[in-house]
Write a protein that binds this ligand. Sequence first.
Ligand code: GLY
Length: 397
Amino acid sequence: MRKFSLPILGLGLMFLAACSADRDPKLDTVKRAIDHARCQLTQAAAEFDTLRGFPRSLMPKFKEVDPKDWTSGFFPGSLWEAYRLTGDEQLRTAAERYTDRLEGIQYYKGTHDLGFMVFCSYGQQQAALGDPHSAEVIVEASKSLISRCDPQVGVIRSWDFGEWNYPVIIDNMMNLEMLFWASKHTGDSVYRDVAVRHADITLRNHFRDDASSYHVVSYNDDGTVESRGTFQGYADSSAWARGQGWGLYGYTMCYRETGDEKYLRHAERIADFIMHHPATPEDRIPYWDYNAPDIPDAPRDASAAAVISSALFELSTLVPEAEGRTYFDYAETLLLNLSSDDYLAEKGTNGGFVLMHSVGHWPADSEIDTPLNYADYYYLEAIQRYLTLRGIDPQQL
Ligand code: GLY
């Protein structure tokens, strides 16, 4: 083995000392967040194992759900993300265990949420392990998902409940990512074709002139619009914060997958709406709805902030450098503020969830100012994207 001579060793130590003196405090914040996440998720995975379900939220008390719930994939997905951030094998075995419980859901045709349920769990497992079984599950789930697209209407139907004829919610943009993956994996364009048509029709019908979106657009059987409104937002005409995040993330992803400039332009317009909205508080974590009547006393939605942060990190890589910098800086501000004591839970508290202070469904008086498993999922994804963009290996932090 080659030995360092003393002068070289001395120089090396000086270099290391300089590095630690200059160490970016933002990295310490992120390192602490990863450590909290590892601790919280390890505890939750062990504690809830016997329940056979998936932890979802804490409001009004601990809520655990079965595989058919739209959020079932986020807890396994968070375990995978935490595993990829830490290399902790205990997290990996827990991730596999919880992912396995979702196997049957690939055949479920009762919701559009299959993308969330399967791609956040099996998709993460596939990315981590490259295993053929996960790929088969994802492809089967994609078949189930496109079965919900009536060719006459041209979009994937979101829900089978309610008074609407054919409801499609902005959240549905998130489920398209699985379809793009399925086409790349199988070489069959059928999944991608459905995704592109869905994205195009949604672009036409879901957005207002200021690029904010309606939550629910319902269609008539001939594909014309039956109604535009909301389910989870404050009002039909309001901008529900998480919905703006879903749209931003969805069109950014569609541009990544297709290279179609109209998706990029649209993602930029949504980003502009979010980043320059006058009802944005100083720490940038949005109120649950941009038009909530009790702003500045309205609850914040950490889940919206996490989705927006993750999406903006990706968008920052798809545009010219100066523009990308503004997206990166905004996303970083969100990430660091979510990682502060205002939102990041103390270890051993918060029911094992990582973040506090999200809003699930205000009009139903459900899950208000509570942890939510999808806030944790997109927060961990944002951390991963942040470190990748900075060229930092999370396990060497
Ligand atoms: N997909 C439902 C929600 O965002 O709450």
